[in-house]
Each structure stands twice: as C-alpha cells, then as structure tokens.
Design a protein around this ligand. Structure first.
Ligand code: NOJ
Length: 544
C-alpha cells in the first residue's frame, strides 16, 4: 500500500527547546515554531521532524516521556500543537513526531504504578533480581553508566535502562506494551501528523538478558540489535497502524549494518521506509565517538559510497541534535565556513535518498565555544565525564573529549538575528548562544543572495524538482583524498556531482573536466580544471 513516504521529500529537524522562544522563558516553544513557519516555507522544505514535545521531566530533554498524549507545558498546549499541524499543512508542510518507545520516563504513570506494586505494570518494564548480590547481567549503557538501577525500595530487584536512570526500558515481550503504543500512534495520526521518526528503534526487543560478550562499549548489544522480535513489532505497527493512515516511518537504528538496514527498509517486508545509519558519522573517531581524530574525507566518501550502492534508499544527514556541527568536523574548514556549508548543501541534496536538514545547518551554524563543563547541559556529557574520571583520564583530556563531542554542539539556540540572544529569546537562554551569532544569523543571510542560506534554498528547490536528483541511480565515479564525484542517472540523463571535501584547491582529472553544462555551484569564479577549497559543482552534459 502506498504511504506518505515520497521520494521528493526534504525534511527539516526542529529541536523545539532551541528553535524559537515566544514567551521569554528561555526555552523554545510551539508558538515560536508557528511564528517561523513562513521562514520554513520559504526555505522550501515540506516536512518537519519535531524532536519530542511530550510531557517530560527532561532528564534527556524530552526523550524521557512522562505522558505520550500530553504536550510539555513549557512548549505550549495541545491547542498550540493542533494549530501547528493546521498552519503547517496550510503551507504544504507535514509534521513528523518523534516516537520514543524503547523507554519511558520513570515519572510515567506506568512506571509509577509498577513501583506501587501493580503487577500488570511491573510487566511493562524489565525488572530482574540480582544474582548473588550482583547485577542481573554484564550489559553496558549508552550513557556510559550502569544500565541497572534498584527498583524502588526493593532489596534485590533492578530495572533495566539502556539510557539514563530516569529512562526505564519497556518490556516488548509483553503484548500489552504493543497495544499501548498502537493507541499512542493512532492518537497523533488522527491529529494529522504524517509519520514518525522512531527513536533507537532497532533495540526494542531484547532476545535474552544473558551476559553479553565483552566489548569496548555496550556489552550485551548482540542480544538486542535488530532481533526477529523487533522486525515483528515493526511489521505489526506498519500493517495495523501506519498503513491505515498512509503514514511513513524513519527509524533511528544504532550500530545498524548494511544487511540489517536492507531488511528493515525492505518494501516487501513492510517495516520502515528508511533508517538513519551511523557509519558515516564515525569518520573522525577511533571506534568511540569520544575519541576523535582528524576527519578523513576519504573515509567519509568511501562510507557514503558503500551505503549509497548497498541500500536502495538512504537518509542523507550530516547533523542532528546528537551530533556536533558537521562543518566544524572538517579540521581545516576554518576560514571556509561558507564554502564548507554550501558544499555540504550540494552533497546532501545530490546523494540518493531523503535529505535531512538540522535547524541552523542552512545558515552554517558551527560548534559551540563552550569553555567548561558547567556550560554544558547534556546528560550524556556529564555521565561520560564521570566514567572517564573513574578511569583516571585527566581533566584536561576529558574536557577536550567533551568539548568536541558533546551533543550540545548541535543543540545551541537557533541564530535568527544579530540582536540580543540572537533573536532566540528575550529571556535567559537555556543553553548558551554561540559566540559567532553576529556573523552567523538568518537575518544577515536573508540579505545576501550569495550567502549560505540562499544556496541551501536553491539546492532544496533543485532536489525537489529535478527527476534525476529525486530518483536517479547513484553511480560512483571517483573517491580520492579530496574529490568526491558521482553521477545521478535517470533514463539516460546524467548529472555529475563534484565535491572538493577539503580546504585545498585540487586539479580535476581530464574526464571530469569535460562536462560542459554547469547547473549550479557554490563558486562563481574558477576554471574547469580545478576545484577550489570546498567547491561543489553540479554538471550535466549538454549533448552538443
Ligand atoms: C536517540 C536520541 O536521538 C537521543 O537524543 C536520545 O538521548 C536517545 N535516543 C535516547 O532516547
């Protein structure tokens, strides 16, 4: 059955806390988003993925949900939400909700009832007795903490949480949990949302709680990544809920392999429409994201080619609320902010798959200039710091790891103007404003036809209208230390995407110089022989 998934979609992620404050409390909110819908429409996007706006105690900024059918009061009311859906729709924009169903908040009614001794709700969670005074198993945790915490006043019972202590994992062996989630999804679909971004969806179903084989991170993961039980759940949700509403689903799938992604997105199986894979996000780390090295453009390109050729349809993303800003990750992009950002626009919009833009990416926002741990809010940065401390890693080294890798880099308030607090709030922003806001902001970009924003706009329009970019095959042409070249081919029409992934000018091989028609590029000067620093060009053969 056809569903809301369309190949010409361009999706924009809003992290509601950081987008636009409307009432001066320093937190972004839904009325703030509504006030920026015209901006988003002019950008040309057609779908908004909203990071969680549900009621939450914010242990993990809303990824710990206390009530799946209520709006976080600081973000507004249900009326505001309905208004957002309607006003977005009037502008041709659909809303995608974040579906966080691996865990709830410990403040969710279900967990509270479980704590009060209600057996029905105890079975919604994963609660186990310790073994001879020890934890139920040897598993690891995504926030580098212990995944087991004492269950209430119990002397020997623990509950599993693969994330923070306040995020108890749901028990997907219990069919009642599936029924609850179906009901939640229908609730939002009936309000007119067009789909879901499914949080860590490939870890839902734990095969067993046996010890795992020891690994550098997340020991035990072989027992829960893309299990048959997980596939079964996704099939059910697709058939019984999503299809009924023509809705689509994009899954966040941690550690996903190409084969697993192929299964999860296989149309005949009917599970997800697409997944966020992570391999390309690791092109500047040494196996763990906290241990970063220089970004290797070649490693990045090779990984992109692997996924582009190995999977029928990808999500093309380089930033989100869990990642540092991508242009800051090119170690040598200093002084080339504009060029690096526009080149990434070119790359994102010419790869095959659905492009995702993270708020602020379209104006070339960069990593935060955080000075100390106190300025950082993200729970993960703090738990990782504790873990590193316990391993004896010295303070300076810890801070370097965190400064570079903290998720707060991608969560800094949106920079709208060069006025107070970058136009984000009239109050005290929940997270510091990036020091570059006088230079980097929407208002300034809007006055500059040759700016970053206008280039993103042009690329979005092209991506949405050119059939070869929408559905053409991906054909890799060249991966060198600097140059990424690939074709998009549809019905004999060939487009060539050329990216210089470095801050150094580089000579093009002769066969890439001969394409004579330039559709668009991020430089107006230059010659056919060279790609300038971070130059992007989209070429076509004129056929003459
Ligand atoms: C992935 C989300 O993107 C991240 O922000 C969150 O911390 C975890 N899942 C847990 O929900």
């Amino acid at each position: 059955m056809a569903h809301h998934f369309r190949k010409d979609m361009v999706i924009y992620q809003i992290y509601p806390r950081s987008f636009q404050d409307s009432n001066g409390d320093g937190l972004g909110d839904i009325p703030g988003i509504i006030s920026r819908l015209d901006y988003l429409q002019s950008l040309g996007i057609d779908t908004i993925w909203l990071s969680p706006v549900y009621k939450s105690p914010n242990a993990d900024n809303g990824y710990d949900i206390a009530d799946y059918k209520a709006i976080q009061p600081a973000f507004g009311t249900m009326e505001d939400f309905d208004n957002l859906v309607a006003q977005a729709k009037a502008r041709g924009i659909g809303i995608v909700m974040d579906l966080v169903i691996n865990h709830t908040s410990d403040e969710h009614e279900w967990f509270q009832k479980a704590l009060a001794g209600d057996e029905k709700y105890k079975d919604y969670y994963i609660i186990r007795k310790g073994k001879d005074g020890k934890l139920p198993n040897n598993w690891g945790n995504f926030f580098a903490m212990c995944p087991w915490s004492k269950f209430g006043d119990s002397q020997d019972e623990y509950y599993l949480h693969l994330f923070a202590e306040k995020q108890p994992d749901l028990n997907w062996h219990n069919p009642a949990v599936l029924e609850e989630v179906k009901d939640i999804m229908r609730f939002w679909l009936q309000k007119g949302v067009v789909g879901f971004r499914c949080d860590v969806i490939n870890i839902l179903y734990k095969n067993t709680l046996e010890n795992g084989k020891k690994q550098l991170a997340l020991t035990g993961r072989e027992h829960y990544l893309s299990t048959p039980g997980c596939h079964q759940i996704l099939k059910t949700l697709r058939k019984e809920v999503l299809d009924e509403f023509n809705a689509f689903a994009v899954g966040e799938t941690v550690f996903v392999t190409l084969d697993q992604a192929g299964d999860l997105c296989n149309e005949d199986r009917g599970e997800l429409d697409m997944v966020f894979s992570f391999e390309h996000m690791g092109c500047d780390d040494l196996g763990l994201k906290w241990f970063k090295t220089r970004l290797s453009p070649k490693r990045l390109m090779k990984t992109l080619v692997k996924w582009q050729t190995g999977l029928a349809w990808n999500t093309n993303y380089f930033e989100n609320h869990d990642q540092p800003r991508f242009i800051s990750r090119f170690a040598d992009s200093d002084g080339f902010r504009r060029e690096a950002s526009t080149m990434m626009a070119g790359l994102t919009m010419t790869l095959r798959g659905t492009p995702f833009i993270h708020e602020g990416q379209e104006i070339g926002m960069t990593n935060g200039n955080f000075r100390c741990l106190k300025q950082i809010q993200d729970i993960e940065s703090h738990t990782v710091n504790e873990m590193a401390k316990s391993l004896g890693i010295p303070a300076k080294m810890r801070w370097n790891m965190i400064r570079r890798g903290t998720r707060d880099n991608g969560r800094m308030p949106m920079q709208w103007t060069d006025g107070p607090n970058a136009g984000f709030t009239t109050g005290k922003p929940w997270l510091k404003i990036n020091g570059d806001y006088k230079e980097v902001n929407v208002a300034k970009e809007q006055l500059d036809p040759d700016g970053v924003l206008n280039f993103w706009k042009q690329m979005i329009t092209l991506r949405k209208t050119d059939e070869a970019l929408i559905d053409g095959d991906f054909v890799p042409v060249m991966v060198s230390n600097n140059i990424f070249a690939f074709e998009r081919v549809l019905n004999g029409r060939r487009l060539l995407s050329l990216c210089n992934m470095t801050g150094k000018a580089v000579k093009l091989p002769a066969h890439l110089q001969s394409w004579d028609k330039k559709i668009i590029g991020n430089y107006t000067t230059g010659t056919a022989e060279y790609l300038q620093p971070f130059e992007f060009r989209l070429m076509e053969e004129s056929g003459e």
